[in-house]
Each structure stands twice: as C-alpha cells, then as structure tokens.
Design a binder for this molecule. Structure first.
Ligand code: SF4
Ligand code: SF4
Length: 284
C-alpha cells in the first residue's frame, strides 16, 4: 500500500493534468506486440459496482466471487476495507480472466481496466477539494498502444469504454469513502468495518441480512423499495450505501420504527441511562 501512496504523491506532483477535451494517441487490439502483457501482476482495486458486474458475468454470488477471485489486504493506514482482484500464482501473476483471445469478462471488465491508459486522481481525498479531480495518462513501459495513430479526447475515450455507467454507480460509493468522517482521519471500529465490507462488496450477503433478519421490523422501508431490492442488485447497492450512512456515520438516511425507539427508550430508562420523562428528538 505504501508503493501506491508514493505513486499517488508522484502523480499529484508531476503528471500533466488532463481535462475532458485533452487528446492523446492510443489503440489496443490483438495486433499489438504487447497484447495481454498488461493483464498480470497488477493492482486492480474493485468497486462495489465492479463486483456486481463481474459476479453477474460469471453467474455466481458475490460471496463466492469474493472468496474465489479477490483479496482484502489489511493495512492499518486504510480507512475502510478495499478489495483487490487476486492475480494468479504463475510466473507472470496473470489475471484470472485473461485468455489467449484477450479478456474473458470484457463486457464487464473492471473500471480501472476500462480507464487505462487514463487514470483519475483526487487531490482532495484528504481535504475538501474533491472538485479538483483530474485525468492523467498512465504510460506503462510495456505498453505499445501509445505508438498507434488513433487519436482520442478524454471524453471520447470515457464514452467508448462505457465509463459513464460505472461513474454514476460510483457516486454512491464515493459519498461513503469521501465522507467527512474519513476526511477527519477517524478509523472505523472493527464491527463497522465488517458492516462496510458486507453492505458494499458482498451484496448477496447484504440481501440476506435485509430479508432474513429483523431488519425490516426495525426500519421503515416502503413497499416499492422492498420489491425493487429483492431482485435488483443495483437498487440494493444504492439502498446499502444509504443504510451505511446511517449505520456508520449516524446520518438520518433511515427511519427507525416507532416501536423500536420506544423499546430502546424503556431499556435505557431501566438501566438508569435516561429519564422516563425524556420525549426524544422530534420526528420530522
Ligand atoms: S479483468 Fe480483463 S482487462 Fe482486466 S486485467 Fe483481467 S483480463 Fe485484463
Ligand atoms: S500493454 Fe497497452 S497496448 Fe498492450 S495490451 Fe495492454 S493496454 Fe493494450
């Protein structure tokens, strides 16, 4: 993780900053001498949306996908859990999805594979300056694609690679990862790290948590939402992000049922932690 921190510092300091109209030459196809060479020994961080696309492509559950294809590195400097695609144990540490014909999950390949050769940097990860994100070109020595004549603007490349949908879904995740709680440098306690992991990355596990536990007895969730999140992973991911803002940061993004609040009040009164005359916060 330290290598990644150092690379980030170098990018912020030295790499030319591109905007959507900036242009560059690049093409990647079976005819390039380096075909497939970049699909190994590489750190590919997976977003919650990447995991949904990949597990759907493979026809397996998120739980199985995480177990079979990913690593969740432990680093005490990490503010929240991250997921990496696990490379193979062979000499070239190949990606599990690379074949002689190219990427076997190409229509659902991860965000970072789509973006290359572009990168996106957020100088403000640790401050309030999130609006100052910028693109940059990541020129790997091995990559011959820059010698090709095809020219792109940044926005043409993003459109061609289907990045828009990934970015839209990424916004919900970004609301969590760039939350002021993390910007203050506060660590999540282990129990909340577990909640973050399951709700964001293991969406099928989160669905069981919602429907097979007392979750729906505790929170007000309208029937329309319940119907949608039963089967629609994307709706469930949006719902998970909303619930995490409540569960991790105490935001009022969920409403606890009246009866549960009453029970809690009685419990606190019985323990002497609350006066029995306490009316509680007014409902909006
Ligand atoms: S997911 Fe596909 S594009 Fe990305 S590294 Fe693996 S084989 Fe290459
Ligand atoms: S190294 Fe560059 S040109 Fe070669 S396969 Fe990878 S992205 Fe394409």
């Amino acid at each position: 993780m330290r290598e990644i921190d150092n690379l980030k510092k170098e990018i912020l300091k030295e790499y030319p900053r591109l905007d959507e109209q900036s242009s560059f030459s690049f093409a990647c196809h079976k005819g390039v001498a380096c075909f497939n060479e970049c699909c190994g020994d590489v750190n590919i961080f997976l977003t919650p949306y990447d995991i949904i696309r990949l597990k759907s492509n493979l026809g397996i559950s998120s739980t199985e996908f995480l177990k079979k294809y990913t690593l969740s590195p432990f680093d005490q400097n990490l503010k929240y859990p991250v997921i990496l695609l696990q490379m193979g144990n062979d000499e070239k540490k190949k990606c599990p999805f690379v074949t002689e014909e190219g990427c076997s999950v190409y229509p659902d390949r991860p965000w970072s594979c789509r973006m290359y050769p572009l990168g996106l940097a957020s100088p403000g990860d640790d401050s309030e300056e999130l609006d100052r994100e910028f693109y940059f070109l990541l020129k790997e020595d091995i990559c011959q694609g820059f010698k090709e004549n095809k020219r792109w603007t940044v926005s043409e490349w993003l459109r061609d690679q289907g990045i828009t949908e990934y970015n839209q879904m990424g916004e919900y995740f970004k609301e969590l990862t760039t939350h002021k709680f993390f910007r203050k440098g506060e660590p999540l306690p282990p129990k909340k790290i577990e909640l973050f992991f399951q709700a964001c990355y293991d969406i099928d596990h989160f669905r069981s948590f919602v429907f097979d536990s007392s979750f729906l007895d505790r929170f007000e969730v309208d029937d329309k939402t319940i119907e949608k999140i039963k089967t629609d992973d994307l709706q469930l991911l949006k719902f998970a992000c909303r619930w995490l803002r409540f569960a991790l940061f105490g935001e009022e993004t969920m409403t606890v049922k009246e009866a549960i609040l009453e029970d809690k009040k009685k419990e606190l009164v019985a323990k002497g932690k609350l006066s029995k005359d306490f009316a509680g916060p007014k409902r909006k």
